[in-house]
Ligand binder design. Structure first.
Ligand code: G3H
Ligand code: 13P
Ligand code: ZN
Length: 333
């Protein structure tokens, strides 16, 4: 058993409390590689922001669970080495799909886990969520659960709406599971193709997707005042990264994300955790493609991973400062 406190990590409880009260959101960046992790830590230190480094089941299989435990400990030590005396770094399991996986992560040093039972029948979701919460709380690990299903890229907006979180269920769900935060569905979705061009409106040559369901978010906030809300699928899919990828041999068609203004607005509400993965993938791939196209003789990974890391760091800093507003929000600077 490895307790996250021994690794210098923190859980999400205090940082969420401050984020909800302060009207900003904590960034939750997914990572699979050392360069992504380094970029996350550098960005968090430079902006003095608390940060959630999150790992999916697939990422954990890719990186190896034992290596991850040391990477997390290394992230805290690295933040201190970069000059941050009191870093607030969370190691979070993203989209845990079973009690066993959540338990395994808790036993291996994670400070926060998500049990995603959103595709299960309501009562089954509550049952396993509760089981995860009971185990996690014994070790002061915080738990995120999910209610409502994020739309798939193939869904029409009309059918996507039927997956939105039902505000009338949230009190019962939060009370019976005892979860520490709740991921909701209000129109975001995973990946770089969140909407089809047909679902968007053309404004000044730019495809603008349908707005998030802020009415549902506000209803949920009324039912659960001050309760931490989480938004998944919140990449904005920056056009310049997509253009770079396509210019240098990639082929990404109709890549459309969530406009940053909407995420900024959501951050001011009870939304206190915003999940971003695809934008990091795009930033990394764009920089690597550009470098290799411009330097065809390079084959040392450091030559192309260094600009990739720089580009991700720039993107993370932009999100923290200009979108989520978590800069300068460490409890102790
Ligand atoms: O929500 C999912 C994350 O983007 C992680 O994706 O399962 O491909 O690692 P992944
Ligand atoms: P994006 O694919 O929009 O980056 O969403 C990531 C996410 O929700 C991870 O859980
Ligand atoms: Zn997600």
């Amino acid at each position: 058993m490895v307790n996250y406190k021994d690794l210098g990590l923190v859980n999400t409880r205090e940082m969420f409390k401050r984020a909800v009260a302060g009207g900003y959101a904590i960034p939750a960046f997914n990572f699979n590689t050392m360069e992504q992790m380094q970029a996350i830590v550098m960005a968090a230190v430079e902006t003095k922001s608390p940060v959630i480094m999150q790992v999916s089941k697939g990422a954990r299989n890719y990186a190896n669970a034992t290596i991850l435990r040391y990477m997390a400990e290394g992230a805290v030590a690295y933040a201190k080495e970069l000059g941050c005396k009191h870093p607030e770094i969370v190691l979070h399991l993203d989209h845990g799909d079973s009690f066993e996986l959540c338990k395994d992560c808790i036993d291996m040093g994670f400070s926060s886990v998500m049990f995603d039972g959103s595709s299960l029948p309501y009562e089954e979701n509550i049952k396993i969520s509760r089981q995860v919460v009971e185990y996690a709380h014994k070790y002061d690990v915080t738990v995120e659960c999910e209610l409502g299903v994020l739309a798939g890229v193939e869904d029409e907006v009309a059918s996507a709406e039927s997956h939105y979180t039902k505000p009338e269920e949230v009190i019962d769900f939060a009370t019976r599971t005892g979860c520490d935060s709740l991921a909701i569905s209000i129109g975001t979705s995973h990946g770089a193709h969140k909407f089809t061009p047909e679902q968007c409106t053309l404004v000044n040559g730019v495809l603008v997707p349908p707005p998030l369901a802020f009415d549902i978010l506000h209803e949920i906030e009324k039912k659960l005042p001050g309760f931490p809300i989480v938004l998944h699928g919140s990449s904005s899919v920056p056009m310049e990264e997509v253009e770079t990828i396509n210019k240098f041999g990639g082929h990404l068609e109709a890549a459309i994300g969530i406009p940053e203004e909407q995420l900024r607005e959501a951050s001011k509400s009870a939304v206190c955790k915003i999940n971003i993965d695809s934008d990091s993938r795009l930033a990394m791939t764009a920089a690597i493609r550009k470098h290799l196209a411009e330097h065809p003789g390079d084959f040392d990974p450091r030559q192309y991973l260094k600009p990739a890391r720089e580009n991700m760091k720039k993107m993370y800093i932009h999100k923290i400062v200009n979108v989520l507003g978590s800069d300068g929000k460490l409890a102790q600077i």
